[in-house]
Design a protein around this ligand. Sequence first.
Ligand code: CP
Ligand code: NVA
Length: 320
Amino acid sequence: MPSPRAKRDVLSISDLSDDLGRLLSRSARLKAERSRGTVRPTRPGRNLAMVFEKPSTRTRVSFEVAMNDLGGHAIYLSSKDLQLGRGETIADTARVLSRYVDAICYRAFRHVDMVELARWATVPVINALDDLEHPCQIVADLLTMHERWRGRFRGRRLAWVGDGNNVFHSLLLGAVAMGIDLAAAIPAGYDPRPDVVDAARALARRSKASFEVVRDPREAVRGVDAVYTDVWISMGDEAEREARETAFRGYQVNNDLLSLASPDAFVLHDLPAHRGQEITDAVLDGPRSAAWDQAENRLHAQKAILELLLPPARPRRRAS
Ligand code: CP
Ligand code: NVA
């Protein structure tokens, strides 16, 4: 008997490193088809379970619409409403869901729980954000940069201003893999995890990209082609609100800071934004904001990821 195909999980953007170029081309094609109104259901009959421990607007809706466009179905499962919320283990939940669906996307508080779900699931698991990474967001962001830079990443300069958080970890790994030079302004005490930095250094050696972490946002932003920021207080960090508001003062993306970037520079934000904290209304709503394209691109990027992980269903045999 041939052995069953090993399932493929996307827990980190690095799980996609070798496929990023292909994913971006496919996402762009899917986007063009959708805007022409010629969406093709390439994965009919496939089912996705979506287990969410935290709120979501973009990730939830874009995954649901993606599965619908592909001809499949998505089932939203708040962890509170599952037996998971009453103490059923992640392992047992993973084994049971794997008997019904073709893939599971999971938004978790803790990366260890993401790993546990993937360990027990026999179908692909997609990280829909945890405390370590947000890989699907970064595929959409790379698509946004690809569009604005007309397909050329090498030699482009990107600045990050803010927390060395989950979004930053995935951005760092994704950007350097694609050859983008990244300068990050992050206050002391909020640096990225050393193991992520080590992994990024290895990727950067291969792609010849550079990255550095500095403290001064003005130093990071000077002359760059794009500036990316995210909330100062991520979901799960609420108890640290006061300390974070103090530490991140001075790390706001506003028109003063942007005046140091290249005149063509655009601004990225994964959203939701805390307007008046990490970004001003004038920037987010202004002509340099790419945030709305990023949000839209979640849909196209996730369709490409789902196609990669889910082979087309075999036609069901009719009973004779
Ligand atoms: N950017 C993002 O993941 O947004 P949601 O929390 O709304 O899904
Ligand atoms: N860093 C943010 C991203 C939200 C999409 C958070 O984890 O809450």
